[in-house]
Design a protein around this ligand. Structure first.
Ligand code: 5GP
Length: 138
């Protein structure tokens, strides 16, 4: 397995080298808004310690991340009055992973509303408003 790259974009977000819209953090995890949201409220949860994905993550890293995923899934569902939540997680390029620091996607969902296509930059003002709604629901 390829070694962890400490200069991946999420490692740089963790170090504060590039901006992000943070919604929650604790000692072990960080949640922030996806910059290309596939639904309103699309956020990412990452461990603060390095690992590429589920394949090299420790049980402690996975436990901490899943605790935060659950917390944020409940908050995002409430914030958007959603009927469901999609949680996605990809491992290695062949598995659909593009950023090689473990992350889970949390996407509030409404009945009959499809996810937007991937790779489209979001409106930063709208993302900031969505983040505030999630923070308020925590
Ligand atoms: P994955 O690795 O799970 O396929 O996708 C990585 C996710 O990270 C994508 O949903 C993409 O929109 C998001 N992403 C990529 N670069 C950035 C960035 O600089 N900031 C934020 N907040 N999200 C990013």
């Amino acid at each position: 397995m390829t070694a962890y790259d400490p200069n991946n974009i999420f490692a740089r977000i963790l170090r504060g080298e590039i901006p992000s819209t943070r919604v929650y953090e604790d000692d072990e995890t960080l949640a922030f808004m996806d910059i290309m949201p596939r639904s309103d409220g699309h956020l990412l949860v990452i461990p603060k310690t390095p690992c590429r994905n589920v394949l090299d993550a420790s049980p402690d890293q996975l436990e901490a991340v899943i605790r935060t995923v659950k917390k944020l899934a409940i908050a995002a569902k409430a914030a958007f009055d959603a009927e469901g939540v999609t949680i996605q997680q990809f491992n290695e390029a062949a598995g659909g992973q593009e950023v090689f620091h473990l992350h889970f996607h949390v996407l509030p969902r409404h009945e009959g509303v499809a996810l937007r296509a991937p790779g489209q930059m979001g409106d930063m003002a709208a993302i900031a408003t969505h983040a505030e709604k999630i923070r308020a629901a925590l």
